[in-house]
Design a protein around this ligand. Sequence first.
Ligand code: ADP
Ligand code: MG
Length: 569
Amino acid sequence: MEFETHCDTEAEAVVPKEPPKIYRLEESVVNRIAAGEVIQRPVSAVKELVENSLDAHSSSINVVVKDGGLKLIQVSDDGHGIRYDDLAILCERHTTSKLSTFEDLQSIKSMGFRGEALASMTYVAHVTVSTITKGQLHGYRVSYRDGVMEHEPKPCAAVKGTQIMVENLFYNMTARRKTLQNSANDFSNIEDLLKRFSIHHTNVNFSLRKHGASGADLHTVGTSSRLDAIRSVYGVSVARTLIKIETSDNNPSSSVFKMNGFISDSNYVAKKITMVLFINDRLVECTALKRAIEIVYAATLPKASKPFIYMSIILPPEHVDVNVHPTKREVSLLNQEVIIAKIQSVVESKLRNSNEAQTFQEQVVEPSPSGNIGIIKDSSFSSSPSGSKSQKVPVHKMVRTDSLDPAGRLHHYLQAKPRGPLENNPSLTAVRSSVRQRRNQKETADLTSIQELINEIDCNCHSGLLDVVRHCSYIGMADDVLALLQHDTHLYVANVVNLSKELMYQQVLRRFAHFNAIQLSDPAPLSELIMLALKEEDLDPECNENDDLIEKITEVASLEKLYKIFERC
Ligand code: ADP
Ligand code: MG
């Protein structure tokens, strides 16, 4: 084959006769290679710039992006600014204000320390810095290329802080630029990053805007409540599902840490996990912790096994090695396994508790008084009281319980559940018994008329049909009036109108005299109403005899007699 021949020839050609000579790479080549590692995508540049702004104690950080960051990334802050004297070396590699000795790394609190970010940007893009420090009358603007200033800093008008503009990212890295040009999610990656920062740094205002757009895509306002911040950034539907979580350990022989955060409950369903993790205020990733939490969710809430997690872990700085990744994306922790196991167990217990709480909410849904129509009582359906394993429930046995969440989840309903400890709640029991009392048909037994009518229903009851109605599963509406029901292996068509009429009639009878009283502002004109009702019946309107009769009837005040009249009608 031609290809193989070609390869063979090539292989022969490259086999060196002597070891190749080793050259010292030019600094610009070294820097450009390193820069490609630090700034991997537009979002990595934004992360470095925002971290610099946070390190400069800013309270407002505004980001403008063009073409997903490839054409322009501009980050403006209101931090302490950069001294005029430092501008000359600002973008050289390994120049930093945050570290002087290696030992400083042990106690470092700032996010940056490598002095590489700005330098790296100047090797793969055009960087312009405008800055002003406190007490200065004007600021300075200067552009950088390959680590050095392109000209002397020029005085410029400036507001408090620093603005850094990164243009034409990867202009000199053709392959990288081409791959990124085809990717549509750079902007959403940047948005996602800022959302994460904003829910942790709740005292800082963040904004993100596409260049030329009038409105911001993200705009957060500082708040003292973390949950409020999550709500405003990720939405009510996420915030509503969150459970507060915290734990700590202060045992030097096992682990020393504090953790607090929010985790989603069974109502949060997503395609992938969102884990916003801050360790000592650094936005980082920790695959082992993420995996450990995923395992707990998969075992406890299989249907909500891709949770939303916000977690902040604080450790003594000397227990964290921040220098394990060029982009500082990962950190390594002392006693990592112990810490993860502790967090895993607190997540698990929170989820179990929340599951129990939800079981309680479902239990308060009572069947309708008639108790029979459309109710599913499937004993195989009951879930364990601990709620540890949620079971697969067919979709036709679920109902949307939260009207505020139209796109939300369906919940299984009216389950026959074993009585849990919450059932003993005295106030709940009191409410239930009073409701049951009101529905107690025996109380109406003293009214013989009602009892007769109820007996009539009971005598005419078709036991087979009753069983169908009691134990059927609702499938759906076939048209406006006909519903499809399944019972055992049979499919039934039920006239909903007739079924509803019968249901209402039976309900009225069984709850007779136990409806809640309504106070009318003006007394109802009883006699007129009775007249109207009787005239509606088949009595001949022309006949005066009937008029007399009706008048007599309307004079009857006793309720007992009214019952009899209704009966006759
Ligand atoms: P590092 O953050 O690791 O120190 P950088 O290259 O990101 O390295 O930044 C170099 C230095 O420039 C920082 O140490 C800081 O003193 C200064 N600097 C960068 N951005 C800002 C900013 N937005 N506000 C104030 N100073 C800044
Ligand atoms: Mg930095």
